[in-house]
Design a binder for this molecule. Structure first.
Ligand code: PAF
Length: 284
């Protein structure tokens, strides 16, 4: 496994592999790798002959009040995980390397970023789309891998790739969960054992929602009330949003129909956690 911090070197390494007609898989990460990232890497290794992982805590997707400074950076452990799981190149630039030019150019994906997390993190998706565009331009992958846990991020990146005619495929992999249902996230590290128990209610509320939809309930507000009740029960969860939206355009739905995304964002202690489920009601 090669480890590089420069754009120049990663480009050269990938160029040398491309002439061998190998498919390039790319897993962009902010490090603090966990079993969710490992499942993305495993899928990339299965589908591609060559896999690049980036480790970069991207400052432009954090607002000044967020956890950029305290975001975990266990670099040695991350490199071990990459090595063990068959990664060919780890690209770990510093901020200066990626934002050297002062950056007057930003990628803004409209409409899809107005709802859900976009309402609460106004410049977040601009930072994510911009850094992904940079990384795609640097690495030049055939396929890039994202997790369903960050559903809005995956939809935004897919739209960017389509709109800007970028020559790669975005592959979205299933959310990986702890045995209690909690979606794995680098931010779970901020939780105490007690808070982890409360955090398991996020998925419980989503499962309850699924049951209600399967029982034929189509009124979103009835479902949202039930989910609020579940999450408010321990008194330690601060709900940022619970939303039922169309799975393609991410617009809020009063009546549940077609393919929908039910998404939750909460704060527990200092951790902001998100999760979601996709439900296909089979009706239009
Ligand atoms: O999901 C993440 O870890 C980040 O948002 C990403 C895609 C690596 C961009 O910084």
């Amino acid at each position: 496994m090669k480890i590089t911090e420069t754009i120049e070197q990663v480009r050269q390494l990938v160029k040398a592999v491309r002439v061998q007609n190998k498919r390039i898989g790319f897993v962009p990460t902010m490090g603090a790798l966990h079993i969710g990232h490992i499942s993305l890497i495993e899928t990339a290794v299965k589908q591609c002959g060559f896999v690049v992982v980036s480790i970069f805590v991207n400052p432009t997707q954090f607002s000044p009040s967020e956890d950029f400074d305290k975001y975990p950076r266990p670099v040695e452990k991350d490199l071990e995980i990459c090595e063990k799981n068959g990664v060919d190149i780890v690209f770990k630039p510093d901020v200066q390397e990626l934002y050297r030019s002062g950056n007057l150019t930003w990628v803004t994906v409209e409409k899809l970023t107005d709802s859900l997390c976009g309402r609460f993190r106004p410049d977040h998706f601009r930072g994510v789309a911009t850094v992904c565009a940079k990384l795609f331009n640097i690495v030049g992958p055939d396929k890039a891998y994202f997790g369903q846990k960050d559903a809005q991020q995956a939809i935004v990146i897919k739209q960017m790739v389509a709109d800007l005619n970028m020559p790669l495929e975005i592959v979205v992999c299933p959310t990986v969960r702890q045995p209690n249902g909690l979606a794995v996230s680098s931010r779970n590290k901020y939780l105490t054992e007690e808070q982890k128990k409360a955090a398991a209610l996020i998925y419980k509320s989503l499962q309850r929602c699924q049951q209600m939809i399967e029982a034929g309930i189509t009124n979103s507000s009835q479902i949202l009330t039930e989910m609020h009740n579940i999450l408010e029960e321990p008194g330690t969860i601060e709900i940022e949003y619970i939303s039922v939206v169309d799975a393609e355009n991410l617009q809020e739905l009063k009546k549940i129909t077609g393919k929908i995304l039910v998404a939750v964002a909460v704060k527990i202690g200092s951790a902001r956690l998100i999760d979601n489920i996709l439900v296909d009601t089979g009706k239009q």
